[in-house]
Design a protein around this ligand. Structure first.
Ligand code: AMP
Ligand code: ZN
Ligand code: FE
Ligand code: FE
Length: 282
């Protein structure tokens, strides 16, 4: 088995890159992708630990795209930290994220929350600040009882504390990642918030513009949902991929490799993705 979706403390996971790799190996994974939001900075450390433990590491990253009604997250694979068109874009996305975070802290303070931007940055360990860090501060201050409650009341789209990031068009992500020698995968497709027919149409469109795969084996989807998504991927010529979306204590129900307990992503998925890498990155 493998795990192609995980977050470390370089974004909004609670564990170090080394620890993420150790947990993957302990769960029985033969390959792991670190897919921090907007950054590949955890990759060198994860790579060293993976070599020590004898498991394969796949460079990854997750970015949020412009989409409505739901959320569209796209995973890149095989783009490492070397200079590339996609890395240039990640620099911009991280800058956007920072200004969004500052505005979000100000907004939360305005509506009476006992929270400062400095506290959130500290919670994040100085890098990769995201909404789960805001949530954690609100839990610590006793404003809410859990991370999920913090999202539901203050941080999710449509709630009073929410401030959107500058979103990148999915066409642009596919283009930049392809030109950087990598492949793209739609993460947790149900978060698009589309009914079955609209989801099929949107995925057909994404396949048309060069998306390589969709995440069918997802940490929080039940077996029937996973099977439906695998069938849909097959019918559209997309690689059926998967992973836990591990975030450590920020998503306490998700474990490396096994998700909520019964996840098992086939090892062959890595080769299927690798076979679709563009031949000549320009
Ligand atoms: P950000 O990139 O800062 O916007 O935060 C994204 C993180 O927040 C990801 O880990 C998401 O899974 C998490 N997240 C987004 N919306 C929700 C929600 N409604 N409930 C719980 N977690 C969420
Ligand atoms: Zn996250
Ligand atoms: Fe995501
Ligand atoms: Fe994720």
């Amino acid at each position: 088995m493998i795990d192609l979706h995980s977050h470390s403390s370089f974004s909004d996971g609670s564990e170090s890159p080394e620890r993420v790799v150790e947990l993957a190996a302990a769960a029985g994974c033969t390959a792991v992708a670190l897919t921090d939001h907007d950054t590949t900075e955890g990759l060198p450390r994860a790579t060293v630990r993976a070599a020590e433990l004898g498991i394969a590491i796949v460079p990854g990253c997750e970015v949020s795209c412009a989409f409505s009604p739901g959320a569209m997250h796209v995973l890149s694979y095989f783009v490492s930290g070397e200079p590339s068109p996609f890395q240039d874009e990640l620099v911009r996305l991280r800058a956007d994220r920072e200004s969004r975070n500052e505005r979000m802290a100000a907004r939360l303070a305005e509506i009476g929350m006992p929270i400062t931007y400095e506290e959130v940055v500290e919670e994040a360990g100085g890098v990769g600040v995201g909404r789960p860090h805001f949530a954690s501060v609100l839990v610590r201050k006793g404003v809410v009882g859990s991370i999920q409650e913090a999202f539901d009341a203050y941080l999710a789209k449509g709630t009073p504390g929410y401030v959107s990031k500058a979103r990148i068009e999915v066409e642009r992500v596919v283009d930049l990642v392809t030109r950087s020698g990598g492949v793209t995968v739609l993460a947790h497709p149900l978060s698009l918030d589309l009914d079955e027919e609209a989801l099929t149409r949107e995925l057909a469109r994404l396949a048309e513009i060069g998306l390589t795969g969709m995440e069918c084996y997802y940490g929080r989807y039940d077996p029937a949902t996973r099977a439906q998504l695998v069938a849909l991927a097959g019918s559209l010529g997309l690689v059926a991929t998967g992973g836990s979306d591990f975030h450590g204590t920020y998503k306490p129900d998700l474990s490396m490799g096994t998700g909520t307990g019964d996840l098992e992503v086939p090892s062959t998925v890595v080769e299927e993705l690798a076979a679709r890498r563009p031949d000549t990155p320009t």
